[in-house]
Design a protein around this ligand. Structure first.
Ligand code: CP3
Length: 343
């Protein structure tokens, strides 16, 4: 039976239960994922549509999730931009030549998704067909800041000093870089939507390293440009973490749904975002390491803060953490459905 609860909640329609999906719902906490991962690298998995499709569907076989998210990565567009990277063992992504010179910014190419990430588009088509309407399929991309920060830092970072250095000391170069990243993300999202993505999430995972005024000046206009480029065709989720102190500015960048983390109460966040918008969140992913009855209690608290208002999509405040117990995920999904139905 078709389950459109997620898309209806995105549009702030009333729903029979609060929809739930989880960031990083596919991955290493599942043994069936690890079976495949043993034989292929993460990037090989992303680049093989049959595998990406299979891994996208794995969590849906275990849990009654209300949406699927395509198995991919925010860094996939980099290759076509001419910024090569690899995943180092237990280290996460490593950019071969981090962007530190203006000439490197000038050399960045605007991708053609049909030539540069055909495997992703094929995986979306295949997964959409395979889902056959069971639940909606999400596409995604990194937000301009988070993607640029990887390109500049060369990987994850504690203080984002190379990024801030460029931003503060050469605003002209920052603008050129961000404009290019925006142009890439616009075509990247558009192609995903054409390939079958029914909603998209923009991940600004690391933008919380900035203060409010710097977010407003150096980031907001670019994130807004990417969101505007989707042009209202499908719902857009504007995701960030650690941005509670300026969640109103995050909301100003756009998005039909604003995703919030657990550092702020959901009701307070919703007031500041504006209750005319939908909201996603916001359980601490660490809660899934607690016992089932604790998970249920915490899920109930989030639902209480949402107050049964239309437009709440249940999610974690950030992705599932490596080592998360499968039973914890099951307890959460079942609790959210049970506690929120027949409201
Ligand atoms: O949500 C989903 O299930 C869809 C798949 C998905 C992945 N990455 C798969 C993945 C999504 C939505 C992402 C987004 C992503 N990728 C983000 C934003 C989300 C967030 O967590 O803030 C970021 C920052 C990245 C970049 C990235 N990719 C990092 C930092 C890492 C290494 C960290 C880690 O957990 O090992 C990856 C690798 C990655 N992306 C894995 C998966 C399943 C692990 C690959 C493996 O070794 O099996």
């Amino acid at each position: 039976m078709a389950n459109e609860t997620f898309l209806r909640a995105c549009r702030k329609e009333t729903v029979e239960h609060t929809p739930i999906w989880l960031m990083r719902q596919a991955g290493r906490y599942l043994k069936e994922y690890m079976e495949i991962r043993k034989k292929s690298s993460f990037l090989e998995m992303c680049k093989t549509p049959e595998i990406a499709c299979e891994v996208t569907l794995q969590p849906l076989r275990r849990f009654e999730l209300d949406a699927a998210i395509i198995f991919a990565d925010i860094l996939l567009p980099l290759e076509g931009m001419g910024v090569n990277f690899h995943f180092a063992k237990n280290e996460g992504p490593v950019i071969d030549r981090p962007i530190r010179e203006n000439s490197q910014i000038d050399a960045i190419k605007i991708i053609d998704p049909y030539k540069d990430v055909p495997y992703l588009l094929e995986a979306l088509k295949m997964t959409r067909a395979e889902l056959n309407g069971k639940v909606p399929l999400l596409g995604f991309c990194g937000a301009p800041f988070t993607l640029a920060s990887y390109m500049i830092e060369g990987g994850g970072s504690k203080n984002y000093l190379n990024t801030k250095k460029l931003m503060f000391s050469d605003p002209g170069a920052w603008k050129v870089l961000m404009d290019k990243v925006c142009a890439v993300l616009a075509v990247y999202l558009r192609a995903q939507i054409e390939a079958g993505a029914q909603a998209v999430q923009i991940f600004d995972s690391w933008v919380g390293c900035l203060g409010a005024a710097d977010y407003e000046e150096y980031v907001l206009p670019y994130t807004k440009k990417v969101i505007d480029s989707v042009g209202g065709d499908v719902p857009v989720i504007n995701f960030s973490t650690n941005t509670g102190p300026y969640i109103d500015l995050i909301a100003r960048a756009g998005g039909d749904i604003v995703s919030v983390d657990w550092r702020m109460e959901l009701d307070t966040a919703w007031e500041r975002i504006g209750t005319d918008r939908a909201i996603q969140g916001n359980l601490d992913p660490g809660v899934l390491f607690g016992p089932p009855e604790f998970i249920k209690k915490r899920a109930a608290e989030v639902l209480k803060k949402a107050g049964g208002r239309p437009g709440h999509i249940f999610n974690l405040g950030h992705g599932i953490i490596l080592g998360t117990p499968v039973d914890g995920v099951a307890a959460l999904v079942d609790s959210v459905h049970e506690l929120s139905s027949n409201k």
